[in-house]
Design a protein around this ligand. Structure first.
Ligand SMILES: [Zn+2]
Length: 362
C-alpha cells in the first residue's frame, strides 16, 4: 500500500475496530489502552489541544530540486508525520481533538515554489482532518514572506478547506511580524477573524550566548522570540491598525505575559523612547491575545489566568515533542480555577475560536 494511503488508514483505524483489519491488527487494537474521557462536575467535556505539530510528506515532491528539499525530506521521515501512535497518545492523555500546525520551513521559498508547496501542504492538512474530523482540525499554512500571496492563501484555506486559523513563525527572514510589509496578511487575518498562532523557532542571533548546558537555545530562545514578536506587534501599532486580530502565543506567549508591568512603566518613565503613540496601555493589547497553557506549574497557570482571564488561555501539549503528557491534569489540578474556567481552557475557548463543536464525544 502506498505510504500516504497507509498512514491515512492508520489514522482512520487507530482506536477503532476497522472493517477489514487483519487478525494481527485487530489483536493489537484490542490491546490498546482505553480512551480517557475527561469529565468536569460529572459532565463529559471535549478537550482540544491548541499546540500540536505535524508534517505533510507530500510536500517533498513539491519542493524537489530546490534548496528546501533536504529539510522537507528530513521532516517527512520523522515523528511529526501523522500515524497510529498519535491517536494512541491522545487517547491515553484524554485529548479529544488536536489543532494541527506546521512550523515554518518554507520562508525562504520564492513565490512560485511557495505557492506550490502551500497548496500541497494545506490540502494535505485538510485531508488529514477530513479523515478524522472528530479528532483533528488544522491551522492553515501561508507563505507570509510574500504577504499578498499569504493573504490569498489564507482566504483560500478558509474558503476551500474550512480552516479557521493560521500558524506563523515569530520572525520572517529577520523581519519582525510587525513590519508594515506584512499588513496585507494582517488585514486578511482580521477580515477572516482567523486565530493566528505564533510559534517561535529560537533566536539565532543569540546562539553563541545560549550554547552550553541546559538547552537554552530552546528554553530561553523560544519564549524570548515570541516575547519579541508580541512586543513589536504592540509597540509598532499592528494591534492598533488591526484591532480585530486574534493572536495566540505559543508557550504561554513567552516571557511577556509574566512581565507586562514593565512594558507599561517604560513609556511613562522614558517617554522620549516611545515615539509611536499607542491607543491603549501596552498591557491592554496583551489582554486581547490568547496563550497556551505550557507553563508547567499550577502557580504559573493560575497567574496566566489571573492576568488574562480563563477565556484567553487554551490547553497545549507541543506534541510530538516530549514536553508533557499531563496537559489535561495540569489544568484540572489548579486549585484556584473554577469548573467553568477549566472547561473553557481545556476546550471551550478553542471550540469557540475555531468553530469546533463543543458538545462531548462518545
Ligand atoms: Zn511547538
Amino acid at each position: 500500500m502506498p505510504t500516504r494511503r497507509r498512514f491515512m488508514r492508520q489514522l482512520t483505524c487507530a482506536g477503532l475496530a476497522c472493517a477489514g483489519a487483519s487478525f494481527g491488527v485487530r489483536a493489537r487494537l484490542a490491546a490498546q489502552p482505553q480512551r480517557r474521557e475527561v469529565r468536569i462536575g460529572g459532565r463529559r467535556i471535549r478537550t482540544i489541544d491548541a499546540h500540536a505539530h505535524t508534517f505533510i510528506p507530500a510536500v517533498v515532491d513539491a519542493v524537489r530540486g530546490t534548496a528546501l528539499e533536504k529539510s522537507a525530506a528530513a521532516s517527512a521521515a520523522g515523528s511529526l508525520v501523522m500515524g497510529r501512535e498519535r491517536l494512541l497518545r491522545m487517547d491515553e492523555q484524554g485529548i479529544d481533538v488536536e489543532v494541527l500546525s506546521i512550523n515554518p520551513w518554507w520562508y525562504g521559498a520564492d513565490p512560485t515554489v511557495a505557492a506550490r508547496l502551500i497548496e500541497v501542504q494545506n490540502r494535505g492538512l485538510a485531508e488529514l482532518c477530513a479523515a478524522r474530523s472528530d479528532r483533528f482540525v488544522a491551522l492553515a499554512t501561508v507563505a507570509v514572506q510574500h504577504p499578498e500571496l499569504a493573504a490569498e492563501q489564507l482566504r483560500d484555506a478558509f474558503r476551500r478547506h474550512g480552516m479557521r486559523g493560521v500558524s506563523l513563525g515569530a520572525t520572517v527572514d529577520q523581519d519582525e511580524l510587525a513590519n508594515r510589509r506584512f499588513d496585507p496578511f494582517w488585514k486578511a487575518a482580521e477580515d477572516l477573524q482567523a486565530l493566528v498562532f505564533i510559534h517561535p523557532q529560537g533566536v539565532p542571533e543569540l546562539r553563541r550566548r545560549l550554547q552550553g548546558n541546559g538547552f537554552l537555545t530552546n528554553v530561553i530562545g523560544n519564549p524570548l522570540e515570541t516575547t519579541i514578536a508580541l512586543s513589536h506587534l504592540i509597540f509598532e501599532g499592528t494591534f492598533d491598525r488591526f484591532p480585530g486580530l486574534r493572536v495566540c502565543g505559543a508557550h504561554a506567549g513567552g516571557f511577556l505575559p509574566s512581565y507586562n508591568g514593565r512594558f507599561d512603566a517604560g513609556c511613562v518613565a522614558f517617554p522620549a523612547n516611545c515615539t509611536n503613540t499607542l491607543k491603549q496601555k501596552p498591557s491592554e493589547y496583551l489582554k486581547r491575545c490568547y496563550f497556551d497553557s505550557m507553563v508547567f506549574s499550577a502557580e504559573g497557570l493560575r497567574h496566566l489566568v489571573a492576568e488574562y482571564g480563563a477565556d484567553h488561555v487554551v490547553m497545549g501539549t507541543d506534541y510530538p515533542f516530549p514536553w508533557t503528557t499531563t496537559a489535561v491534569d495540569h489544568v484540572l489540578d489548579v486549585p484556584q480555577l473554577t469548573d467553568p474556567e477549566k472547561t473553557a481552557i481545556l476546550g471551550g475557548n478553542l471550540a469557540r475560536l475555531l468553530g469546533i463543536p463543543a458538545e462531548p464525544v462518545g
